[in-house]
Design a protein around this ligand. Structure first.
Ligand SMILES: *Cc1c(COP(=O)(O)O)cnc(C)c1O
Length: 399
């Protein structure tokens, strides 16, 4: 539908798509998207029921696999990412699991960035490995390691950029070319940038996965996810969902639809606040180093400036002193929420070495560059002066 010249949204801008893509009004003519809280659907006749079940007639059968509110979300996120289709899932992890279950089989091999969300590493390393899918983890920016890890049976490359918490930026066009050369699919977790700032499919990725829980919602209300890509792949992912059931609820889909309407405005405001805080942190005597791709001296700055529309809302910094100084800094803040979540209007602060990356061995943490004095801030939408004053309280306590 999106490629049809008759479609008024064909060629529409990102804000228009974020607000209007996927709307199918019912006979009531409602303006806002309704929430269809129904598990099943009735048919006009036995013949129609048979046609729906066989797939000969389009339409809903059961909300484990299709629901009008969820479909609106799917069409909207597909339009925003520039993909042919999308499948909504119960969480971000369900999006990644469904992609793997739909497109991998025993004997396949995966190359995954070492610097992905911790639970993603666990999914590949602990669970998929049990089912005969081999995985190699490589440092996100180590081109030679990606190439060396390839095998004839490599079916999938998985990356997340920018990385958490050090904001390393990978060249998606280059990874796409490598995947094509290997005959593998490139799957990109676009959680940190969202399509408002980065569109991996345009850079050659095959599939985008999302934790909608983060910026797509934007207000920390619901858990959900999405997979976006070519229709043939999404058919497979939907098949897995239909059979195994990690489905998004219609209420959550509705919350995410409301979130998407303000996605670009929010992402730009998150980025603006993060940039201001990163520049300010760099000037503070208690700060050893700041990691944010919006800073000109960040190694990923030029690439991020090319690949992304803005630098996003997550930054991290090292305070002088060790773990204790970092903990004192975190404990002295009074506005920032101490939580590992991100992508929320509320700013959050966390100590990666003892929380999100606490399960790694000290050696693994050192290799990944997660120092004991590192603090991550997911910058929200509060007044930046207040955030600065709060971090100032923290830094004073640290030093
Ligand atoms: C949170 C997160 C996930 C997992 O999403 P859930 O919705 O919590 O299941 C995956 N990838 C990234 C980058 C995340 O931040």
């Amino acid at each position: 539908m999106l490629h049809d010249d008759q479609d008024p949204l064909s060629g529409a801008g990102i804000d228009t798509l974020a607000i209007r893509a996927g709307i199918h009004r019912s006979a009531e003519g409602e303006h806002a998207e309704p929430i269809y809280t129904t598990s099943s659907y009735v048919f006009g006749s036995a013949a129609e029921a048979a046609a729906r079940f066989s797939g000969d007639s389009p339409g809903n059968v059961y909300s484990r696999y299709t629901n009008p509110t969820v479909r609106t979300f799917e069409e909207r996120i597909a339009a925003l990412e520039g993909g042919e289709a999308a499948v909504a899932t119960a969480s971000g992890m369900a999006a990644i699991l469904s992609t793997c279950m739909a497109l991998l089989k025993a004997g396949d091999h995966v190359v995954c960035s070492r610097d992905v969300f911790g639970t993603t590493s666990n999914l590949f390393g602990r669970y998929l490995a049990r089912f005969g899918v081999a995985v190699d983890f490589v440092p996100l920016l180590d081109r030679a390691a990606w190439r060396q890890a390839l095998r004839p049976e490599t079916a999938l490359l998985f990356a997340e950029t920018p990385s958490n918490p050090l904001c390393e930026v990978a060249d998606l066009a280059e990874l796409s070319a490598l995947a094509r050369e290997a005959g593998a699919l490139l799957v990109v977790d676009n959680c940190f940038c969202t399509p408002a700032l980065q569109r991996p499919l345009e850079l050659g990725a095959d599939i985008v996965v999302h934790s909608a829980t983060k910026y797509l919602d934007g207000q920390g209300r619901c858990v959900g996810g999405a997979v976006v890509g070519r229709r043939e792949h999404m058919q497979e992912v939907l098949g897995f969902l239909r059979t195994c059931g990690p489905t998004m609820s219609p209420f959550n889909a509705w919350v995410f639809l409301k979130g998407l309407e303000t996605l670009r405005l929010r992402m730009e405001a998150h980025s603006r606040n993060a940039q201001a805080l990163a520049e300010w942190l760099q000037q503070q005597p208690q700060v050893e180093r700041v990691y944010y791709a919006g800073l000109p001296d960040h190694p990923g700055h030029a690439l991020a400036a090319r690949q992304q529309r803005a630098f996003g809302g997550v930054l991290s910094f090292q305070v002088r002193g060790g773990r204790d100084a970092a903990w004192r800094c975190i404990d002295a803040t009074r506005i920032l929420s101490l939580t590992a979540n991100l992508g929320d209007a509320k700013s959050t602060i966390v100590h990666p070495a003892t929380t999100t990356h606490g399960r790694l061995t000290p050696e693994q943490r050192a290799a990944a560059g997660i120092a004991d004095n590192l603090i991550r801030v997911a910058v929200g939408l509060e007044d930046v002066e207040d955030l600065r004053a709060d971090l100032q309280r923290g830094l004073q306590a640290a030093g």
